[in-house]
Structure formats: structure tokens, C-alpha cells
Design a protein. Structure first.
Length: 500
């Protein structure tokens, strides 16, 4: 099979659409192979072994026969354990995991193994979206399937959902059981904001409940009073659940870091922290604060903030493109939309709301101030990166003109603009999130035993991160989705929303 889906006889096995069967993994799930199948496979492997022996006897170079569900043959591997490419490999997938990686000249897939001819292509780990939004229970089944597929179509195989809802536990279970095609999910709780949580007792009660419910993170939001935040942090530490997200203006960045906030999303409160507290007006809080305070910032304090972030071991999820598009923008929707053709995969009424929000915000703010804040945020991000802070890739999708999956490419391009190398950007999107979750032995690299969450690319992304766009195929948990299937599904999504 070629990366786009064409077959190499005689091993061709048709990969079907959807998440209900027909994939290599569905045909050969571990534990369900019967004795007849095993006997037949043993016979095939025995015959192959005889062929290898015969080749050796004739002076030919013997090749080891490898078994599995699917093999990428002749592929260049980006393991993402360092800035390197391992050329011309055969990578075998079995039971949803990477079973072997070896030189294509030394191994031969057994008959019956689905083969993806990948000469000249590049295999890398799938991406992790560290600030994504997930379907809510008000959405139709088709809307849910569409949103989840948009992530996969762009190689996003893991999502940290940051807008919690109890229904997402069933969503995650359906994906894990193979009933729904989607990325692996980590779930943040329902947001704890100042409007919703007003006393330390409420904060303690909710922190305990969210841990018991099984959330992976407590989502923090704006408006939390200092004493409420203190209770949240203390209880979260006691029961063993991380907390992160927004930074309450009443708490401040340094206090949040001191108390153990694990991730600071949107660069929240970094600009505000550049203004000495005793000179900051009490009424300058929320999104408008950065613009109002830009004349008072002391950029010499950036070094202190970087060091505090590093010392705390906190992670920063900047969501830069969304903030420059929606909040500190210098262009209206008429200029942005031509650059985001992927909005055709969203409901028209959603795109209309986004258009209105961008234009309303632009009309209510000073364009030059917006540009200054956006440039300052870029300098802060560059300093965090140079100072060794933990940075992870996130986009806040679906949100204003940020379409799930597609938004990752815009975000990665911006990171290159602020001075990161392509490898550093890819690392932020693959291996580093796995380290955040304490799951580096599970995903984030291409290595034997890792989960088979992969992207196949036509060109080397170490040369240009733009090469991650339009993958030749995506694999999620061993389920291969070739480019032709991705294109077909995306076309159907566009038609579903009337955007042909």
C-alpha cells in the first residue's frame, strides 16, 4: 500500500472508513486470534523461514521475517529522542503498538501483514494538543464525530481537554473501546472560577470531588480570591491532583507558581506581572488589563518571571495565535478568513459568531496597543524558551478561527517566528507533552513498545515544520488512516455543514 492508499500485491488489505471495524487493529486484536488462524500464520512463517534459509544457502543475504498487523517499509524515522533521522527503516505495528524497528534491508514483513510502502517518507509521533476543547453533550452525534476527526486529520493523536464536562468520561471510554474514532484524551475538570467558587470550603469540596470523579486536572479560571485559591492548592496537593489553566488576577503569577500551579495557559498574567503591584490600578484586570498596562511594564522583570517559572517546574501553554487573532488583533475577519480555509469544516453559525467577535473586539480597542501587547507576548515566549522553561503546544480550539487540528500548524509556524528551530517546535508538540503526563514510555516518541500514534509525512519536518501539514496518513492506536480516507472524510464534513 502506498502512503496515499494504493496497494502492493499480494499483501493488500483494504482499510475501511470509520471506527467500527475494518482496520488492521480490528482484524487482529490481541487475544481474539483463534487456533486455526495461529496455525495458518505459523505455516506461513515456517515457509518464509525456509525461503530465508534457501536464500542463505544460495549466497543471498537472508532477511528476518517479521510478523504484525501493519508495516511501514522503507520509511525514514524521526524518533524524537533527539534531532536525528534514522533512514530506510521497516516499522512494524502489532496490537496497537510499535513491535519492531529495523533496517528495511534486513527484515521482510510476513505474508498477510498490511504494508505501507513509505520510501522517501518520514514517520514521526503524533502531536499532542495541550489546550483543546472537546465535544459537549448538547452536540449531535455527527458533530461529535466531526470535531474529533478534525484533530486526527492533522496528526493530533492526544488532546488535553480544558473545558470539562462529566459527559467526557463516556466520550473517552467510547474512544478507548474502539466505538468512536478520536484522539486519546486527558480530561480537565469543570472550571473553577471566582464567579462559581467563592469560599475556601467550596474550593476544598470541589477539589476532592474532582479527584474522586477521575479528572486528570483541576481547571483554574479568572476571579478566584486568594484565600479560595490557597484552599484549592492545598487540597489538590493533599489528594494528588494537579491544577492549571488561567491565573486569577487576584492571585497573580508568582503566587500561583509558588503554590504549585502545574500549567499556565495563554501566558496568563505574564504581562501583568511585569508591572510592579504597588503601581497597578485595582480596576485593571481581565483581558483588557494587558493593553491598559502596556505603558507601565518593566521588561527587565521578564528574567525574574522566567526563573520563577523554571524553578516551579511549571508548564506554559501559550495559545499565541488565538490571542493575536481574537484579543490583541490588528486585522478584521475579512483579512483573517482567507488565511483559514479550514473554517469550512465548522458550522456556518459558529464561524459567523467568530467573525462578529473579532470585528467587535477590533472596533473596541486601539490597534497600535494590540500590536504592542502581541509583540510583548512574543518576547516573553522567546525568553521563556531561551531560559529553559517547559513549553507545550496548545491552541484553545475550537475557538475564534482556531479549528481543531488545523490550528496546531498556525501555532507551530509562530513558534518558528519567535526563534525556535523546527526540531524544538516538534519536540514541544510530541515528546515534551508525554513527559508532562509522566507517560514518556507510552507515547511521544517512535520506539519499540510505544503506542502506535504516528504521522507519515511526504517531506522532512526538521527542514520545515510546514511539512507536518497534509500528512500522507495518520495512525491512532494502530488504526491506519491514509491520506485518501482523510480527504474523503474532510470533504464529507464540509458538505455536512453546507460548505462544499
Amino acid at each position: 500500500m502506498t502512503p496515499g492508499g494504493a496497494a502492493r500485491p499480494p499483501r493488500r488489505r483494504e482499510a475501511r472508513d470509520g471506527g467500527t471495524g475494518g482496520s488492521a487493529r480490528a482484524r487482529h486484536r490481541p487475544g481474539v486470534r483463534g487456533s486455526a488462524f495461529r496455525a495458518a500464520r505459523a505455516a506461513v512463517l515456517g515457509a518464509a523461514a525456509l525461503a530465508v534459509a534457501a536464500a542463505a544457502a544460495c549466497g543471498g543475504e537472508p532477511r528476518t521475517v517479521v510478523d504484525g498487523d501493519l508495516a511501514f517499509v522503507g520509511v525514514n524515522v524521526l524518533p524524537m529522542d533527539g534531532e536525528r533521522v534514522i533512514e530506510h527503516q521497516t516499522v512494524v505495528i502489532d496490537g496497537g503498538r510499535i513491535a519492531s524497528i529495523d533496517s528495511a534491508g534486513r527484515v521482510e514483513p510476513a505474508e498477510g501483514v498490511e504494508v505501507v510502502e513509505a520510501d522517501g517518507h518520514y514517520l514521526m509521533p503524533g502531536l499532542t494538543e495541550m489546550h483543546g476543547h472537546l465535544p459537549n453533550p448538547r452536540m449531535s452525534d455527527e458533530d461529535i464525530r466531526n470535531l474529533l476527526f478534525l484533530y486526527l486529520a492533522n496528526g493530533v493523536t492526544t488532546v488535553r481537554g480544558m473545558q470539562g464536562d462529566p459527559s467526557q468520561f463516556d466520550l473517552r471510554a467510547s474512544i478507548e473501546r474502539g466505538l468512536l474514532l478520536g484522539p486519546h484524551l486527558y480530561l480537565a475538570s469543570v472550571s473553577m472560577s471566582g464567579a462559581r467558587v467563592t469560599t475556601p470550603e467550596e474550593a476544598e469540596q470541589l477539589a476532592r470531588r474532582y479527584k474522586a470523579d477521575g479528572y486528570d486536572l483541576i481547571k483554574t479560571h479568572e476571579g478566584l480570591a486568594p484565600e479560595v485559591f490557597d484552599a484549592l492548592a492545598a487540597t489538590a496537593a493533599e489528594v494528588g491532583i494537579p491544577f492549571g489553566g488561567h491565573v486569577s488576577d487576584f492571585v497573580g503569577l508568582l503566587r500561583a507558581l509558588e503554590l504549585g500551579q502545574v500549567s499556565v495557559d495563554h501566558l496568563d498574567n505574564y504581562v501583568e506581572a511585569l508591572v510592579p503591584e504597588d503601581t497597578r490600578p485595582d480596576d485593571q484586570r481581565g483581558l483588557a488589563a494587558a493593553g491598559a498596562l502596556v505603558d507601565q511594564v518593566d521588561e527587565s522583570r521578564i528574567r525574574e518571571l522566567v526563573q520563577a517559572t523554571v524553578d516551579a517546574g511549571a508548564w506554559v501553554v501559550p495559545t499565541m495565535v488565538l490571542w493575536e487573532t481574537a484579543f490583541y488583533n490588528d486585522r478584521g475577519s475579512v483579512d483573517v478568513l482567507p488565511e483559514r480555509p479550514e473554517v469550512r469544516y465548522m458550522p456556518p453559525e459558529t464561524v459567523d459568531r467568530w467573525r462578529q467577535a473579532v470585528d467587535t473586539r477590533l472596533g473596541a480597542t486601539d490597534v497600535e496597543t494590540n500590536r504592542r501587547v502581541a509583540a510583548l507576548r512574543r518576547r516573553i515566549l522567546a525568553a521563556l524558551h531561551a531560559g529553559g522553561a517547559n513549553i507545550a503546544l496548545g491552541t484553545d480550539s475550537p475557538q475564534i478561527f482556531s479549528v481543531p487540528g488545523f490550528a496546531m500548524h498556525h501555532e507551530m509556524a509562530l513558534y518558528v517566528e519567535v526563534g525556535m528551530t523546527p526540531y524544538e517546535v516538534l519536540e514541544i508538540g510530541t515528546r515534551r507533552p508525554a513527559e508532562y503526563f509522566g507517560a514518556a514510555d507510552e507515547f511521544g516518541t517512535v520506539a519499540v513498545g510505544r503506542r502506535a500514534d504516528l504521522m507519515l509525512l511526504a517531506a522532512n519536518p526538521l527542514d520545515d515544520v510546514g511539512n507536518v501539514r497534509d500528512p500522507a496518513g495518520v495512525m491512532i492506536g494502530g488504526r491506519w488512516i491514509p491520506a485518501a480516507e482523510i480527504a474523503d472524510r474532510l470533504a464529507r464534513i464540509a458538505r455536512f455543514y453546507g460548505n462544499e
